[in-house]
Design a protein around this ligand. Structure first.
Ligand code: UGA
Ligand code: MN
Length: 309
């Protein structure tokens, strides 16, 4: 009886091996989605079957335009938490270059250490906001975004023809879905999409008809030429380089008008490219972090250790 079982086993063994080998070849040949973020978190990754056993593939990342994210940031109790959330998102996006610009007279130790361990390509800049502009009611991060733009232009000045790239302004407190990066990656000139939790409404969005932006759904200052938050658009590197004078301006600028003042230097409403299913999906949220309660923080250092928070 035992020898009968054993001979059956020997008979089946080669067939089982063949099936395993064939399955393995098949799964390693499965095509990969071209625009999926690193780690495959995107929703358009349907082309790949559940082939978890397949060996890691080299994705065709070299062909992807680089996404440059300019993030102004300033020192406050929640800063490291905000940057951590942001890095956790950006780390999952292929070919993303993070341009972190500190609102400070020098690079801080906290941000320098953070950048060193962030695990993604980073450029760490700094420029202080002049004290006269640090007042409620005045636009924020003007100098920092301009420093990011200047770095980008300088870097590509001597590199003809410029590598394909897309720029977007990523404030440190917003919430970004991975799908947003797939959408903005195909920006030809200037692309736009809805932003959640902004303008006193659940969302603001460009109104699209026949594939063109024809107006704005917004609850706040609908007279803005581009009634859109900083998180609602991306610009191709080409456009940034071919408009070397386009910057954020302090003079005459009011909060909420920075986006319009900048966009009207580089594009027109007719030219805008609607993303996120003709601007019907919210892929980014203008979240704002609550001011932290430090009422019980001792005036002088009491703990036996010094901890970076
Ligand atoms: C809104 C817009 O979403 C911002 O893009 C715009 O810059 C801002 O209004 C404005 O009034 O200028 P809001 O949430 O009110 O955003 O602004 P914050 O998130 O507080 O600041 C925007 C960015 O600037 C953040 O990345 C923040 O870290 C940075 N920031 C803020 C500085 O670098 N320095 C500051 O003193 C304040
Ligand atoms: Mn914000």
């Amino acid at each position: 009886m035992k020898s009968l079982l054993f001979s059956r086993f020997l008979l089946l063994l080669p067939w089982v091996l063949i099936v395993i080998i064939v399955l393995d070849i098949d799964s390693s040949r499965a095509p990969l989605p071209a625009l999926a973020p690193r780690g495959g978190g995107g929703s358009s990754g349907g082309a790949r079957p559940a082939a978890a056993r397949a060996p890691p593939q080299r994705r065709p990342e070299a062909a992807l335009p680089t996404i440059y994210a300019i993030t102004p940031t300033y020192s406050r109790p929640v800063q490291k938490a905000e940057l951590t959330r942001l890095a956790n998102t950006f780390r999952q996006v292929a070919r993303l270059h993070w341009i972190l610009v500190e609102d400070a007279a020098a690079r801080s130790e906290l941000v320098s250490r953070f950048v060193a361990g962030a695990g993604l390509p980073c450029t760490h800049l700094h420029v202080p906001t002049p004290r006269r502009y640090k007042r409620p009611g005045l636009p924020r991060a003007t100098e920092q975004r301009n420093a990011g733009l200047a770095w980008l232009r300088q870097r590509h000045q001597h590199l003809p023809p410029p590598q394909p790239g897309v720029l977007f302004f990523a404030d440190d407190d917003n919430t970004y879905s991975l799908e947003l990066f797939q959408e903005m990656r195909t920006t030809r000139k200037v692309s736009v999409w809805p932003v959640g939790l902004v303008g006193g409404r659940r969302y603001e969005r460009p109104v699209v008809e026949n594939g063109k932006v024809v107006g704005w759904y917004t609850g706040w200052r609908a007279d803005r030429p581009f009634a859109i938050d900083m998180a609602g658009f991306a610009v191709s590197l080409q456009v940034i380089l071919s408009h070397p004078k386009a910057v954020f301006k302090r003079r005459g600028s009011q909060p909420g008008m920075q986006e319009s003042d900048f966009l009207k230097q580089i594009t027109t409403v007719e030219e805008l490219e609607p993303k996120a299913n003709n601007c019907t999906k919210v892929l980014v949220w203008h979240t704002r972090t609550e001011k932290v309660n430090l009422a019980n923080e001792p005036k002088y250092h009491l703990d036996t250790v010094n901890i970076e928070v």
